[in-house]
Ligand binder design. Structure first.
Ligand SMILES: NC(=O)c1ccc[n+]([C@@H]2O[C@H](COP(=O)([O-])OP(=O)(O)OC[C@H]3O[C@@H](n4cnc5c(N)ncnc54)[C@H](O)[C@@H]3O)[C@@H](O)[C@H]2O)c1
Length: 252
């Protein structure tokens, strides 16, 4: 048995085609979970999960659309009988600075990162609350505490505001769903080696890594592991919590 036994648990993983979501889906499959992998990028999922076997369902969809969220939850129930947990990693990035950001980009970022987070949690909770069990992990960002300003690949005001809203949603959901046996937490990653930080220059990277007492950025697996812990029974008395996974970079 692994530290977090996921055998026969069914987990919906969003953002599963790339970065932390992809690492999470792979770790869960290795831990014998059933996985519904959701992402906009159907082809990328098809190639990443080409040999993943019958414990994986690929669901190409957009979690900012309520019908796709309901469809992903229904796919889990149809194939595996129930949905035990959601790890919601998918998000849109926005690097525009305050003087470049327009209403369209701001609204798009909010629609994906705030409304989308609400919708995926709502769709899962409709099922979980009726079963009186379940766990949901959302994803915020260390950039909320820094107040990053954008430019050259870094999160700007739309991104950081959307990730701040995820903290508020985590606490609101934890209070609403807790009496029904459903836990809700968030992981707050620091800089993690995924395509999302592909816009950083070498100069930026060597400047930013100085903030990390561990002397490096995180790996997608290290962040995903924290999410898996939070949906596991090892975290059975944790709800409404924001777990920092950032190599100590938020207190330097
Ligand atoms: N990488 C970092 O340094 C970092 C730091 C802090 C927080 N985060 C957060 O970690 C999470 C994972 O980020 P990542 O670095 O793995 O990013 P990534 O860009 O590698 O992957 C994000 C995935 O989400 C998918 N996606 C985006 N919008 C979608 C939608 N509407 N419906 C379905 N899928 C959608 C994308 O197609 C992509 O596959 C995000 O919530 C991000 O904000 C990342």
């Amino acid at each position: 048995m692994s530290a977090c036994d996921m055998t026969a648990r069914t987990v919906l993983v969003t953002g599963a085609a790339s970065g932390i979501g992809l690492a999470c889906a792979r770790l869960l499959l290795a831990d014998n979970a059933n996985v519904v992998a959701m992402d906009l990028q159907a082809e990328r999922m098809a190639s990443e999960f080409a040999r993943s076997g019958d414990r994986l369902v690929r669901f190409a969809g957009d979690f900012s659309r309520p019908e796709d969220c309901a469809g992903a939850v229904a796919a889990a129930i149809e194939r595996f009988g129930a949905l035990d947990a959601v790890t919601h990693w998918g998000a849109a990035h926005s690097s525009a600075r305050w003087d470049e950001l327009d209403a369209d980009e701001c609204n798009r970022t909010m629609a994906v990162n705030v409304t989308g987070t609400f919708l995926i949690a709502q769709a899962a909770a409709r099922h979980m609350v009726a079963r009186r069990r379940g766990a949901i992990v959302l994803c915020t960002s260390t950039s909320v505490s820094f107040g990053v300003t954008g430019g050259r690949g870094q999160g700007g005001p739309a991104y950081v505001a959307s990730k701040g809203a995820v903290i508020a949603l985590t606490r609101s959901f934890a209070r609403a769903f807790g009496p029904c046996g459903v836990r809700v937490n968030a992981v707050s990653p620091g800089i993690t080696e995924t395509p999302m930080i592909g816009g950083y220059t070498e100069e930026q990277r060597s400047e930013m890594v100085k903030r990390f007492p561990l002397g490096r950025f995180g790996t997608p697996e290290e962040v995903a592991s924290a999410g898996i812990f939070l949906i596991s029974d090892r975290a059975s008395f944790i709800t409404g919590e924001i777990l920092q996974v950032n190599g100590g970079s938020n207190f330097v």
